[in-house]
Ligand binder design. Sequence first.
Ligand code: AMP
Ligand code: MG
Length: 549
Amino acid sequence: MRRSFFVFAALLHDHKAAMFSSKIISDFKEWKFHHPPSYAQLPIDRNPEYNQPVAVKNAVFSEVPTEPITGKLSMVCVSEEALTDILDLDPKVADTEEFINFVAGSYLPEGGLSVSHRYGGYQFGYWADQLGDGRAHILGEYINSKGERWQLQLKGSGETPYSRFGDGRAVLRSSLRELVASEACFHLGVPTTRAAALVVSADPTVWRDKTYSGRARQERAAVVLRLAPAWYRIGSLEILQRRREPELLKTLVDFIIEHHFPKIDATAEDRYVQWYEAVARSNLDMVASWQGLGFTHGVLNTDNVSLLGLTIDYGPYGFIDHYYQHYVPNSSDDGGRYAFNRQPDIMLWNLEKFAEALAPILTEDQMKKIQDIRGTLDQYIKDKIMKTYLLKLGLQEIKDGDIAFIKQLFDMMQDKMADFTGTFRQLAKVNADKLDDESLLESHWSLAKVGGDSRWPDWVQKYRQRLEEENVSEEVRKSRMLVVNPLYVPRNWMLQEAIADAEKDDYHKVRLLLKVFKNPYKVNEEAEKLGYSAQPPSWAYGLKLSCSS
Ligand code: AMP
Ligand code: MG
């Protein structure tokens, strides 16, 4: 029985492989969308005055043509893996006119259907009503040679009914930050949307007040090509609940379950309960992966929480340099609502809003079941984060006393201003029995800081004991640690340098960053020369980002 199952599985695999034989396309004119895209089954608003801000009703999307960026266009960089592994494209297409025009919004390949998505959201804790894709267009769907379905989206591609007071544009600095982070997070094991290409115009036509100082200046428009299986957010449901469109809410939820959650039986009576739990857990898993890397999203509003559990909308995010639990990368977040250490609680708050948005289509019994699930989520995320930190130390089992054990390490890091990424990486480099050897610690710049804390010998003692309890050999410890503790993360100062060069049309650094983050666990000579795994320069201290993008 088992054997025949395997034979059957192997045949199925061959059949699938034959169906989707891998084919790399080197002439972009031959590349086509799958037609029709699945989202065409959902109601689409077709207002001829597509680029006027308007409260859209009874639709999930609005059909909107792109407003291409103009002037002399340059391809700043591409993610070669995204092009080949997702879009079946030879990276050489990146410099062709068709592809550049495609990313700039002036060429829509066959089978495309350009739409902007309608959604609302809670921003900084307050209901903000209709938001929607104010500067993004989903162009179409592509089914790749592996049989995966991807939606291609341009960001910065012009005004839509959702533009509100915005101009529909994006500038180079924020676009570069989004592309690099999407790809770096992917390689760091964070569930995320992807980014494939970035095009910039030579003409400075976009007014931005970067520091909100009252002195706006003109910047160049840029467009990022983003990729995701779909772009639905908690806010996609919230707008339908708020506007009292329960039938459409049900249609959309059923559609998402059917198309994006194959493990859930789309005809099951308790499908919404199962779905709630799946979405909640995947978003909490995502947050746990952020906490493990010192990643802070910066704007964790409900419109920026994906229903597929993916990191979405990279804006004023930051990876922590010297550890500070209340790290806030976003200069507009005065209250620190979206600080690093608040992300788990904020996600739980967002998931409460998710349950509220679903309420109109739930029975009382289903609501009660969802309440029960919500009651388990706090412990779920705590355990996930604890496991993440234990694994960063080469351990696997949660034991009594671990909360205090982990807290002590973070307290020392914070008090000694030790680096988040550097400390864990360097812990993997020094033998556990040498961790209190001062001369060894000195050659590891971040570990040397934590090692100077008076509580360090005690902590090292506990660490050795924990390793012994789980029977972890030095070899196993290191091999586990070196694959979860990166050497390089996209730190704000590195991005600032790449942005400064890119503003002068020098794209070497941004392209190098993409190369380095393809394998953030492996030494890269050029990255080392630029100090990417060294102590950050002093000017990086306290660097913040604005939402102006
Ligand atoms: P974000 O903070 O980037 O997630 O954006 C929040 C909302 O503001 C979304 O609805 C965006 O589409 C919209 N938005 C941000 N920037 C612009 C812009 N330049 N033009 C139009 N809409 C924008
Ligand atoms: Mg957003």
